[in-house]
Design a protein around this ligand. Structure first.
Ligand SMILES: Cc1ncc(C[n+]2csc(CCOP(=O)(O)OP(=O)(O)O)c2C)c(N)n1
Length: 650
């Protein structure tokens, strides 16, 4: 039976759900059917658009229970990371949006205030929900408002330090607050670390099944809710505490613990949530779930339980429909292994993203030389500093958007100590369907201010290999190598090299110096060809190393009438800004125009769509360049450097 037929046959109940009140009315039998329909719906829809299918299949019952026990939006339901909020979206009137999930103008893949009053925070970076919840609970307590605050957090997100800072404060504050730990044992791959070991020992304990039965029996025979119910649960837990000890960890923090409950047993989850709701203090409900539950290709996907296929996938197999292509990530992964084969001091670090960043390849080749630190980018940076102090050269592979978290660690712990750590930033620039918080557009600006940090932006596979090697050869300070998402650009050989700068195109006329940063090399070539048709000569260069600004770039700038920079990052503090400043300092009086990404929140869509919206296509840039240079012709002025902070747009 196809999923479409399945949906047609069984989607009737789901079709009646327009808001949380509709699931509150349903009988146990109806809810069972509804859960199955939601799974069919998720698989049918997400298989066409791509998205976080595995995590959402795992929280169907959890989310149903939350909406039955609590009263959203008056009660506040928070989903840590937010990638598992699809079921919540389905139950809060957004079913129709799933045809255009993560597509331009369509439903966001994360909670979105613009979409619904049921979405309070716009997250996607992990481990923040407990801090939001702490603040909300304090605010409601102070204002005397009776509202429940519920935060769902995965065992993966729980490896993030913010969660532990939050738990510490939640315990001290003592406000009423429910923390649902969605424990599926996995981040992308199995969750690592001491906490994960605790949780998995609980899951693997032979007494576990018995525990679930005992909890269920207790709930079934206890008609009361509220504190008495909690006491029952508590007593049950205390009774089994000697057999399964890890929950003591939470109680030692001063937070009451309920569980473990079978996260796919709706009745059990509901009972636990009702008890927690009425307890009157902070409570952790420990729900054990299975990522990808109910969909075999996800359950059996060893790599990541179909965590988040990037595009459409085949429903029968779970395999991506698009033909495989060579991604930037693959080029990095292969070259890193080659470097590590030659250099035993090179080690890798990942923050729970071994497969997505490609560093898993190094782990397979050289087990013991890659450290997965959990969702802990700050720790990754300072731990890398420690590894460097210990005589190694760590390569920290993260998505560009996530390194923002570790600014202080990169600045002081790594750079101030002049430590040789290479940060490899995948998914830099405009990424696309994951939307504003996943755009890797801040790195060159944010880390550009770090003294002694060098930043490389390769334009193709050959320069990625080369610049990675140059980066790990630096032994007196940190380096960043940043590249975009998707299929790697075709190799674009240089005509010649001046210092670190590659000259990609030249003309007898030296009207415009076009500085094409990173993957914009190809765009630069097309712009040069278009502008040449208007009779102007364009020199296209790729600086390769954008920070510090190469002195050779200043010399090249001085030999042209106009400098134009184009970069896949925010304009404020970006490569163009830095070059303008360096030109002012060197008294190079050539006008400069900087094209890039405005420092703003850009919506989700494909990378190509968003770049087109921002005027970052060859056609747009060529039109801009032609306009600027022809204006210089029309109004010949003594070229002057632009004033400080001279761009009107940010
Ligand atoms: C700060 C940060 N680093 C990395 C990620 C990438 N990421 C998204 S989901 C995820 C795993 C989350 O695991 P868990 O919280 O257990 O949720 P599950 O998907 O297993 O339901 C990771 C590492 C992120 N969102 N935020």
């Amino acid at each position: 039976m196809s999923v479409d037929e399945d949906t047609a046959n069984h989607g009737r109940l789901l079709g009646t759900v327009r808001g949380p009140q509709d699931v509150k009315r349903m009988s146990a039998e109806q809810l069972d059917i509804l859960a199955a329909e939601i799974r069919d719906f998720l698989i049918a829809k997400v298989s066409r658009t791509g998205g976080h299918v595995g995590p959402n299949l795992g929280v169907v019952e959890l989310t149903l229970a939350m909406h039955r026990v609590f009263d959203s939006p008056r009660d506040r339901l928070l989903f840590d990371t937010g990638h598992q909020a699809y079921v919540h979206k389905i139950l809060t009137g957004r079913q129709d949006g799933f045809d255009r999930l993560r597509q331009r103008g369509g439903l966001s893949g994360y909670p979105s205030q613009a979409e619904s009053e049921h979405d309070l925070v716009e997250n996607s970076h992990a481990s923040t929900a407990l801090s939001y919840a702490d603040g909300l609970a304090k605010a409601y307590a102070l204002r005397g408002e009776q509202r429940s605050v519920v935060a769902v957090v995965g065992d993966g997100a729980l490896t993030g330090g913010m969660c532990w800072e939050a738990l510490n404060n939640i315990a001290t504050a003592g406000n009423s607050l429910v923390i649902v730990v969605n424990d599926n044992g996995r981040s992308y791959s199995p969750t690592i670390g001491g906490l994960a070991d605790h949780l998995s020992s609980l899951r693997l304990n032979p007494g576990y099944e018995k525990v679930l039965d005992t909890v269920k029996d207790a709930l079934g025979s206890t008609p009361l809710v509220g504190r008495p119910m909690y006491e029952v649960l508590h007593a049950v837990k205390k009774g089994i505490k000697d057999a399964v000890a890890p929950q003591a960890m939470f109680e030692d923090l001063g937070i009451k613990y309920v569980g473990p409950v079978d996260g796919h047993d709706l009745e059990a989850v509901e009972s636990a949530l009702r008890a927690a709701k009425n307890f009157g203090g902070p409570v952790i409900v420990h729900a054990v779930t299975r990522k990808g539950y109910g969909y075999r290709p996800a359950e059996e996907d060893e790599a990541d339980c179909l965590h988040g296929p990037g595009g459409a996938f085949d429903v029968e197999t779970g395999k991506l429909v698009a033909a495989p292509s060579v991604k930037w990530t693959h080029v990095f992964a292969d070259e890193l292994v080659a470097i590590a084969d030659e250099r035993p001091d090179v080690v890798g670090i990942t923050a729970a993203m071994a497969e997505p960043t490609g560093i898993a390849k190094l782990a397979r080749k050289h087990p013991g030389r890659v450290y997965d630190v959990g969702i802990a980018e700050q720790h990754a940076a300072t731990s890398a500093a420690g590894l460097a102090l210990g005589g190694l050269h760590p390569v920290v592979a993260v998505y560009a958007t996530f390194l923002n978290r570790a600014f202080d660690q990169v600045l002081l712990d790594v750079a101030m100590h002049k430590l040789p750590v290479t940060f490899v930033l995948d998914r830099a620039g405009i990424t696309g369907p994951d939307g504003p918080s996943h755009y890797g557009i801040w790195d060159m600006a944010v880390f550009g201010v770090v003294p002694g940090l060098r930043i490389a932006a390769p334009r193709d596979a050959a320069t990625l290999r080369e610049e990675l090697r140059e980066a790990v050869a630096v032994d007196d300070g940190p380096t960043i190598v940043r590249f975009p998402t998707g299929t790697v650009a075709a190799d674009l050989p240089a005509l010649r090299r001046v210092g670190p700068v590659d000259v990609l195109a030249e003309s007898p006329r030296t009207d415009v110096l076009l500085v094409a940063v990173g993957s914009f090399g190809h765009l630069g070539m097309e712009v040069a060809a278009r502008v040449a048709e208007q009779g102007y000569g364009v020199t296209v260069v790729d600086p390769r190393w954008v920070r510090p600004v190469p002195a050779e770039l200043l010399e090249l700038a001085a030999g042209h009438r106009l400098v134009v920079t184009v970069e896949d990052g925010v304009r404020v503090g970006g490569v163009g800004d830095a070059l303008a400043q360096a030109m002012r300092d060197a008294d190079v009086r050539v006008p400069l125009r900087d094209l890039g990404v405005p420092a703003d929140w850009h919506p989700h869509g494909t990378r190509a769509q968003i770049l087109a919206d921002l005027g970052l296509t060859a056609q747009d840039v060529a039109r801009d360049v032609t306009g600027w240079i022809s204006r210089l012709d029309a109004e010949p002025v003594e070229p002057v450097s632009l004033p400080a902070g001279g761009s009107a747009q940010n």
